[in-house]
Every structure is written in C-alpha cells, then in structure tokens.
Design a protein around this ligand. Structure first.
Ligand SMILES: Nc1ncnc2c1ncn2[C@@H]1O[C@H](COP(=O)(O)OP(=O)(O)OP(=O)(O)O)[C@@H](O)[C@H]1O
Length: 717
C-alpha cells in the first residue's frame, strides 16, 4: 500500500512473515516510524511523478476501531519478540561506557570466611560475590585444576566429563583479567575485544554468553542503591550467532564488546565484510575453543580455520620454531584455552609442544585440514607447552549416571519409548539421528497426550530457543532433538536421555549422555538398540574400552507393552491419514501461491478436488473424515482406559499377586498405570551377562513385524 502525503511518497510495507505480536501502539500516519528511502538519481520517470521524497515504514498493520462517529482506521506498529530481545541486548551495550573513573572501586570480598574453598584463587571481588550468591561454594575439579594455570597466564587444554563446570574453568580467568584491567581503560574509549569464545552451536553460544553475563551483572541487594539505574557493565559479553539479525549484531560489534561468544559460521560472515573485526581478533587476549571436536562435525571447519588463521603470529621471530622450553609463558599476551569432554589421548599428546608441526600460516595454505587433530595442531599456542588437564573418567563414564539399554526391533521403538515415558515421568531428552524422525514422532506424541517439543536445525532460531525454554520449564515433558542438542547444553534437571536412534560415534554417545547427570546430580540414559544396530553399538562401546554387556537392560513390564501397542498403532493410523491430507493441501497451497506470485492462472482442474482421478472426490473426503473421526474416538477411548500392570487384580485392590492398596494409601503410585509403584528408571535395570546359546525360541514381546531384522527380543527369564 502506498500513501502520498504532501509531495512525498510513503510506502506501507506489510510484514512478509507472520510474527508473534508482543506490543502494538496505535497512532496516525504521521506518527509512524517512517524511514527515508534512498532513490537512484535517475528514476526514469518524468518529473519523478511529482514526488519530492520517498519514505517507508515496516511492521505496520491497519486496524479498525468502532467509535461513536463510526468506524475509524488506525495504524498499529507491531514489535516482535526477537526485535525486543535484540533491542534490549543492544540497549544494554549501546550505553556510553562510563568514564573509567566513574566505576566505583570494587568492594573487597571476604573470601577467606565466605568462600574458603575458593580463597586460594585470587579472583576479582565481583566474581567471588556472584559465586557466593549462586552458592557455588567450591570449585569443581576441572575448575580447581585449571584456574591456577590459566590465572598464571598459561595455555590450557582441559578435558573433563560433561556437566563438570568447564565454562567457568575458562570463563573465570578471562573475566578476572578483563575486570581487573577494565578500570584502567582510558575514559570513553571503545571497548577493545578481549576474548573470543567459539562454540559449535547457536544454543551453546547463547548459553555460554548468558552464563558469563550472570557473573558481570551486579547482585541486587535490598539497599537503596539497587533502585538506582544500573551502570553499563564494566565488562560486556555478547553472542554472535546465525539465525538472528546480522545487522544488529554488527552494530553491537561497532560499539565495542569485551567478550564475544560466537559460532564460527556467522562470525566469519561478519569478519569478511569488516576488516576492523579481523584487526581486533589479531589483538585478542584470550581465544577459547569450546567443544572443539563438535565444531568439525558441524561443518564449520573452513570458517574455523580462517578465524584461527587471524590469531597466528606474523613476525618470524615469534613463530613456534623460535620458542624454546625455557620460555614457557606467552609472548604477545594471547592465551588459548581448548575445552571438551572428549579429546583423544593421542591428540592431547600431540598438542604438546615437541610433537606439534611447525605451522606458519602459509604452509598448506588454502588446503583445509580434514580432522580435528589437524585443526588443533594449527593453533598457535603461545605457550611452548600448553598444560593438558585430563580429568575424563575411565570409559567416559560419569559417576552419577546410570546407563541402560533396550533391545527391540526398530518398528517397536515407538511403543517402548511410549512405555518408558509413561512409566518414568520426568524431563526426557530423546535423541534421533534425523529430522524426519522427529517430524514423524512429534504428532504421535501429541495424539498420545505426551507433551513434546522439537529441536533441530530446520526450525527458526527463535522457535528453537522457545522450545528449549518450554522444555526447561515443563517438569514432565520431552524434547525430541537431533545432535544439535548433544553438546554443552546445560538444562537443569534432565532426568533421562534416550537414544531413540543410536549415536553416530562414541563421542556423541558421551555428549548426549552428558545432558543428564550434570554437576554431580543423578541422571539416567537409555540406549534403544535394534538388532541391526548391535554391531555398531559394540564397536562404539569398544572404543570407550567397554563392552555391550556392561550396560544393564531395562526391566520392562510386557503386559503393559501389549496394551500400549494398540494405542500406538491407532495413533500411527491417524497420523498417516492426516499426513496424506496435509501433504495434498500443502501442494495445492503451494501451487496457488506460486501462480499468484507469477501472475498466471492455473487450470481449474489442477485445483479442484473432484475432477482429478488421483484426488479424492467429495464423497471420498467425507468417508475419510469420518474414518479419521472414528479412529480418533477409538484412541480417546483407549487413552481413557486405565493401564493395568501385571499381577494386579482390577476387582479387588487388596488381592492379586500385587496388591496396590498400600501404594495407593502411601501416594507412591504411578498416575498413568494402575499397580505400578513410583520408581526411578535407574531402579528398574538388570545386568544380564552374555546369554548361553540355546535353541529355545526367544519370547517376542511385541508381535514381530517381518522386515528382515533378526529378532533377539527382550528376555523374560
Ligand atoms: N563450582 C560450581 N559449583 C556448583 N555448580 C557449578 C559450579 N561450576 C559450574 N556449576 C554449574 O554446573 C553446571 C554445568 O556447568 P557447565 O555447563 O560449565 O558444564 P560443562 O563441563 O561445560 O558441560 P558440557 O561438557 O556438557 O558442556 C552449570 O549449571 C553450572 O552453573
């Protein structure tokens, strides 16, 4: 829509994608946030159509208000959630930095008495204050080991189990140094980029940035001071990730930021058009690779290599070959930290100075290395012998994690998963290897009344974060995720990790499991293994120095499985029918939109439901709808019918081989299944050592489907 207003031309741009409306403000045409549009000097229009100026406005909707004088047209300015989030980050960072002298001297903190276990690490009082407020009373082992070395200026390669506090192991030394030096910054000067933290996924980068930010914000007290407007933080942290407005992220960078947490892809995009940023990276004080091994898997190799190239020393004298064992401390101030839960021992050994190949940034230039080893060996550690701290447990097994497995046909995985989710309510993170699998499972869970959220790379970034938040705030829910959720994500209280499809590698198994049993909390993982996946599982565990038989099996109530199978089959039938309809509608909608965009008319035959042989007639439509409705009614009936555990008398709660009255009275019963005690999944596992070969047929629990898979079944012995 265009509006001509007193010699100027205004264009009202409607929003192209539907966005969630958070805030609307109404006004007249003149009060809208018009922006000037640059015009080519020669428009080719005689007299320029009498237009003196062109202006346009975004995100405006026309609304009608009923008033006494009739219907009045108004304009509504719509602001969406993402704009707001980005605006608030931007506002926080856009404030002029206070003159250094305006920052009050940090008040000393009595670490000796309040945090005795941290006292030996000389940290900035602000960091002590936040550690105390968070009740992080002792450093975790990796923090205790890494802090003295990192604080002394050395490079660190840290390997420690998932959820063991690696972020602060590198984060605290960085923040300490930046906080200590920030007050010496010349007044009103731009914040120089001090630290670059590279992370493999957007979620992880955002999480690291908010984890570190929490250590920079003042702790609000009930004093009058807390009513005062907060000064901008002495040290600022910002995240640069794909899927969010690149322009706004560029603006943040232009204003200056102390710590940048980024995914390599988006960062390299920005560096390519911003020489200033490349220059700043050359002068970094800290470089961190968090979950470096995953960055290679995520296909960030080329960008990562380009970024790392900027951190190499240029002067010949500074090259690695000039270093000697006698000069262990960094020479130009850059400290490098590499952290992960999985770095092979070989790689750790190679990272030691004496076996690292000499690399001057030109050798092999343009030829990307193909493995993590190659990449890490290209890091220009200033430290001639970076300290390697390897606290990874034997077999990468976290002590508070209980593992288990279920062996079943891949076609039975849905039923077993459903059984598990009903039997062990809690927060369950279910890993699948492909997005298609998530798309198939999601509607099934919905039909079966299981609260599930998807997380995969084809969702919009905003949706990904929203789903993560929903999962975090819903105690009894499921996150159906691909391996983008396998690394680093710190979601409090994930009770179960379920490998619906087996992980691609031993590292992926370790990292997926690492989403539970974090920070010394209990956790549980379950591997669902189909017969044709067993060989891979064996190899995968073998590379961790473990055997398949070390992992106990879930003890499954087989009578319940049969009851659940009927529900799952119905849900699948409904979903298959829905899917067909959705697909046909989607194709028709697409055709219509394409035709409109191209301004062509489409043959009515193509759009009509009745004239094409392949398309259902109205009568078929009706028949299909009524079949679907009856399937849904049947499912509703099944879902309403109580599930009864084996050995439970449905007539008399005090009899049967398993009387339920005591559990009912004690309130210790599973709400979804009659006759089942509330237990934790970890209590229902059994370690079965290798079974002896026998000719006795094994019991097939869920009627096997003849799909060529070898059935090994779950033993009922
Ligand atoms: N000293 C501490 N005391 C108590 N809790 C801590 C301490 N340090 C970190 N934590 C908490 O432990 C959790 C795990 O920390 P973090 O995410 O840094 O683990 P990680 O080792 O990086 O895990 P992953 O390998 O999965 O990325 C976080 O919630 C963090 O706030």
């Amino acid at each position: 829509m265009t509006l001509a207003v007193s010699g100027s031309k205004r264009k009202l741009k409607t929003r192209s994608t539907p966005r969630k409306r958070l805030k609307t403000s109404h006004g007249t045409a003149d009060s809208l946030p018009w922006k000037k549009v640059a015009r080519p000097l020669d428009t080719g229009m005689a007299d320029d159509d009498g237009i003196l100026e062109l202006e346009e406005v975004d995100n405006v909707e026309i609304v009608y208000e009923e008033t006494e004088g009739g219907r009045v047209m108004k304009f509504a300015v719509v602001q969406n959630e993402q704009d707001e989030e980005e605006q608030s980050t931007e506002e926080a960072l856009s404030e002029e930095p206070l003159e250094s002298t305006n920052y009050p001297e940090p008040e000393p903190f009595d670490a000796l008495n309040l945090l005795p276990n941290w006292n030996q690490h000389q940290l900035h009082p602000q960091l002590f204050r936040v550690l105390h407020a968070k009740q992080f009373l002792s450093p975790t082992p990796i923090q205790a080991a890494a802090l003295p070395i990192a604080l002394s200026g050395r490079d660190v390669v840290g390997v420690a189990q998932t959820g063991s506090g690696k972020t602060l192991a590198y984060g605290l030394p960085i923040l300490h140094r930046l906080l200590t030096s920030a007050r010496q910054r010349p007044a009103k000067s731009r914040r120089p980029l001090g630290a670059l933290i590279l992370a493999p996924t957007r979620e992880l980068a955002l999480q690291v940035s908010s984890h570190l930010n929490a250590f920079l914000n003042s702790i609000d007290t009930e004093t009058e001071e807390s009513q005062q407007p907060r000064p901008p933080p002495l040290v600022s942290v910002a995240a640069i990730v794909g899927g969010m407005s690149a322009q706004k992220q560029r603006r943040i960078l232009e204003r200056g930021v102390d710590v940048l947490v980024a995914t390599p892809g988006r960062l390299w995009d920005i560096i390519e058009d911003d020489d200033g940023l490349a220059g700043q990276i050359r002068k970094l004080k800290f470089l961190v690779l968090d979950e470096a091994d995953r960055m290679i898997e995520a296909g960030h190799f080329a960008e990562l290599e380009n970024i790392l190239r900027l951190t190499l020393r240029e002067s010949k004298d500074d090259q690695i070959e000039a270093e000697t064992e006698e000069t262990p401390l960094p020479q130009d101030g850059l400290q490098t930290f590499v952290f992960s839960a999985t770095l092979s021992k070989d790689l750790q050994r190679n990272l030691k100075r004496h076996t690292r190949p000499k690399y001057n940034g030109k050798k092999n230039a343009g030829k990307p290395a193909s493995t993590l080893d190659d990449l890490l060996l290209r890091l220009d550690f200033r430290d001639s012998s970076p300290e390697i701290i390897d606290l990874s447990p034997e077999g990468a097994l976290v002590s508070t994690l209980k593992e288990s497995k279920i062996e079943c046909l891949s076609t039975d995985k849905d039923v077993y998963l459903y059984y598990f989710l009903l039997r062990y309510p809690g927060r369950s993170l279910v890993f699948l290897s492909a997005i298609d699998g998530i798309r198939r499972l999601l509607p099934l869970t919905e039909l079966l009344n299981i609260k599930a959220f998807p997380l995969h790379s084809q969702l919009e970034q905003r949706q990904r974060l929203k789903n993560l938040d929903r999962f975090k705030s819903t105690p009894n829910s499921v996150l159906l995720a691909t391996d983008i959720a396998a690394r680093g994500l710190d979601i409090a209280a994930v009770d179960h990790v379920i490998h619906y499809q087996i992980p691609r590698s031993a590292d992926a198994y370790v990292h997926r499991n690492g989403r539970t049993a974090r920070a010394m909390q209990k956790g549980f993982s379950m591997l669902m293994c189909a017969p044709d996946e067993r060989r891979i599982v064996r190899t995968l565990l073998g590379s961790l120095g473990r055997q398949e038989s070390d992992i106990p099996e879930m003890d499954v109530d087989l009578t319940l499985l049969d009851q659940l199978k009927a529900r799952v089959q119905l849900a699948r039938q409904i979903e298959t029918a829905n899917h067909k309809v959705k697909k046909a509608n989607h194709e028709r909608k697409w055709l219509k939109e394409a035709a409109e965009a191209l301004e062509v008319e489409i043959d009515s035959d193509l759009m009509s439901d009745s004239e094409d042989d392949e398309k259902p007639t109205a009568r078929q439509h009706k028949a299909r709808d009524s079949k679907n409705a009856s399937l849904k009614a049947e499912l509703r009936k099944l879902l309403a019918k109580p599930l009864i555990a084996r050995g439970v008398s449905t007539r008399y709660i005090t009899s049967g081989s398993q009387p339920v009255v005591d559990d009912l009275l004690a309130g210790e019963f599973n709400e979804a299944i009659v006759g089942v005690k509330k237990t934790e999944a970890g209590d229902d596992v059994v370690l079965r050592r290798k079974r002896k070969k026998t000719n006795k047929p094994k019991t097939a629990v869920v009627s096997p489907v003849d799909d060529g898979e070898e059935w090994t079944g779950i033993s009922t012995e």
